[in-house]
Every structure is written in structure tokens, then in C-alpha cells.
Design a protein around this ligand. Sequence first.
Ligand SMILES: [Zn+2]
Length: 249
Amino acid sequence: MKTKLLLYLIFAMLPVTLAANNPAVKPIRILVITGNHSYKVEPFNQMLSALGDNITYQIAELPAAYDMFKPENRSKYDVLVFYHMWQNITDEQAKVFAECIHQGKPLVALHHSICAYDNWPEYFNIIGGKYFHSPTTVKGIEYPACSYIHDVHFKVKVVSKNNPVTKGISDFDIFDETYKGYYVEDGVVPLLTTEDPGSNPVIGWTKIYGKARVITLQSGHDTPTFENPNYRKLLQQSIEWVYNKGKIQ
Ligand SMILES: [Zn+2]
């Protein structure tokens, strides 16, 4: 009788154990924040759909998306993905926004989201960088306005092949927009670099903001990048890595 009970308990617990060890059972729900910058919606969404069965997405556009940072809505998604270039924010919205990430909501910030919030310095701290539309002083240093170039063929170099974010990705070619002169915070961990003269050298990095892992990727302007298999893999592994904090490293 005792053996039967034990067997019953083992089998009863098996699905729970399997579910806990199999991330495919519970997808990572990403919330993509957009607004104040146009983009090709269909190929962008195709890229999001192709990130694997383990990742599902919803899109929220600012300013309505500010509601999603509120405590009562934070359980509706697992990872934030920024693809916005929003500028206006009230003190209260800024407090709730920063607190959401500081308390542990992981974040992947893409491309023109580096250009958002010109007048909110805490945003620079959240993503670890900032594209300046006009001369801007950060931590006592004045930076001139940045520049960009569209339609550049260039090589992306992977800093470490052992990093879980860039695992399985070799240096690759990309056709994208470059930014030059943007601020990158001291102490971020570089993931990707380039030697293209129209770009900053560091074009992808990770940092910790409060309890959250953050990854910022400069690339991601248009369809060629959305369809680039290396970029898709990078985005997928970025989302997985910021989400699985504590399980890797
Ligand atoms: Zn762009």
C-alpha cells in the first residue's frame, strides 16, 4: 500500500516537475512598446512571430501604453521590448515607468528607442545610452548632437561567443541605419561592435538596472534587419536571457 501511494505521488507530481523544467510550457510574454516613430508593421510583426513558440507578443502604443507600467498591469507580460521614440512624460509617469523596470521587469531596447526621452535623464540610465538630437550634458560632460546614416552595409562583430545572448552567432553582415556620437554609459557590458566609420563602435550592450536585466541593440531600422536571421536569433536570445535571470550565469 505504501509503495502504491509513493508511486501515485511520483506520477502525480511528474507533470508539475516537467512543466517547471520545460520553458516551452509557459511562453515568455513580451510587451512591445511603440509610438512616435513609423515602421513597417507587417515585416516587424513577422519577425516577432518568428521568435519561436516560446515567445508570444502584444503591442502597446504610447501614450496609452503608460498604463502597462502601473503595478496592477505588470503581471500581464514578462519582458518589455522598446521600439518607440516617445518624448513626453509627466513626473508621475516617469516614476511609475522607472519603478516598473527597477523592481525587476526585464527590458530589451531596440534601435530608435535609444533616441527617446531627450529631457528625461533617468531614461539614459535605464537603457545605458542615449542618442542626442541636440547638444546635451550628461554627468557633467557635454555631448554634441548625434548623426545617422541610412542604408549602410556593415559588419557586426560579436564580442563574446560564450555569452548566452550571442551564443551560436558569428560575426555577421547587416544592412541598416547607423548612429554616431551617442552616449554609452560606463560599465555596460558590450555585446556587439562595429568598425564602420559612420557608427559608434559599441552597438549592443547589457546592463543591470535595479533588479532588471537590460539589453540595448542599436540595429533594427527596417525590413532587411527584421528578416536577418542573425538579428532574429539575437533578439530571441536577448529576450530569453533578460527573462531567465538567475538561471544563467
Ligand atoms: Zn531608424
